[in-house]
Design a binder for this molecule. Structure first.
Ligand code: UDP
Ligand code: MG
Length: 310
């Protein structure tokens, strides 16, 4: 039985060694293991550290991207290249406690295909992160067709059969969290409290979080497109009612007519705004189709300990 642990890492030089030590410690009973770091185009010396670790112990591997492709792509790459009987994904910053892994493996051996984790206590999480994360889960669950539990990050164990489904999916920019919820299988949840980051600062900028959330929502729902139909209909109906009112006033109460600058301006701006908004929504989906049609790879590997010989 082989255990794979995959870890996306972007400029995590201060965390790689402590995490590896911790993993070696908690996985002492699983000598047949693979610890695979995916270096997402780090600009610090993460890669050198990984090369050194690989030389010391070839169960520690790395894949290094040609540039920063983003956490979700790194995760996908890890799943694509892991060869264990189960694949555990986690963050590099020790916010996901490695001590939980033996319990996850135990549950997997009991027959669960997916063992996922939920963060309950959030001492290590900042106020802004809490608010934006809560908003994201709320929106995602209202708008999309999959249900995501708040606080379920990418710290989970997948049986190799589940990992294979992901490997074989051709969806570009796969939103792993949503896809897993959508897949089904026998799932088990373990809760934990998140520790503060061990070293460095969060690699998820506001821009990255926004793009992550937009991708998540538009990957799993066409409801935003339907909203445009509903909003469009409501606004047209209101405009029609207003037109009727204007005609009535014109015909029967001409003395009441006032130059209607304000109302014209307000309605033009309002409708213009709504149109732009939904053009944006359309554009988002069109962009997705465009990216999918190009079939461009989600990530490019510059070098890796796995591909060294090919
Ligand atoms: N990460 C990555 N590429 C990125 C951003 C983040 O591989 O472009 C990794 C990062 O190194 C970490 C994990 O994704 O292992 C989660 O990122 P982070 O801890 O910064 O996010 P947060 O915990 O603040 O949500
Ligand atoms: Mg983190």
């Amino acid at each position: 039985m082989k255990i794979s642990v995959i870890i996306p890492a972007y400029n995590e030089s201060g965390n790689i060694i402590p995490l590896t030590n911790k993993l070696n410690e908690v996985l002492i009973n699983y000598p047949n293991r693979q610890i695979l770091f995916i270096d997402d185009g780090s600009t610090d010396n993460s890669l050198e550290i990984l090369q050194m670790l690989h030389q010391q112990d070839n169960r520690i591997g790395y894949i290094s991207f040609s540039r920063n492709f983003g956490h979700q792509h790194a995760l996908r790459c890890g799943i694509d290249h892991a060869d264990g009987d189960c694949v555990i994904s986690m963050d590099a910053d020790l916010q996901h406690p490695p001590e939980l892994i033996p319990d996850m493996i135990k549950k997997w051996m009991e027959g669960y295909d997916i063992v996922y984790t939920q963060r309950i206590e959030e001492q290590g999480i900042g106020f802004f992160k809490k608010i934006t994360s809560a908003m994201f889960y709320h929106l995602m669950n209202r708008l999309s067709d999959v249900t995501l539990e708040p606080g379920t990050a990418d710290f989970r164990l997948l049986d190799w059969r589940v990992a294979n489904v992901i490997k074989n999916s051709h969806e570009q920019g796969l939103f792993v969290r949503g896809f897993i919820s959508w897949m089904g299988f026998k799932q088990f949840k373990i809760t934990y409290s998140a520790a503060p980051r061990h070293s460095g600062k969060s690699k998820y900028s506001f821009r990255k979080m926004l793009s992550f959330a937009l991708n998540g929502i538009t990957s799993f729902s066409i409801k935003p497109l339907r909203f445009s139909i509903i909003a469009g209909s409501i606004i047209s109906a209101l405009a029609f009612v207003y037109a009727c009112y204007a005609i009535v006033v014109y015909l029967f109460y001409p003395e009441k007519i006032v130059p209607g600058w304000a109302s014209v301006l307000v309605s033009v701006l309002f409708i213009g705004g709504i149109q732009l908004l939904f053009l944006g929504v359309l554009g988002e989906y069109l962009g997705k189709l465009f990216m999918q049609a190009k079939q461009r790879p989600g990530y490019i590997i510059k070098e890796s300990s796995i591909h060294a010989k090919s």
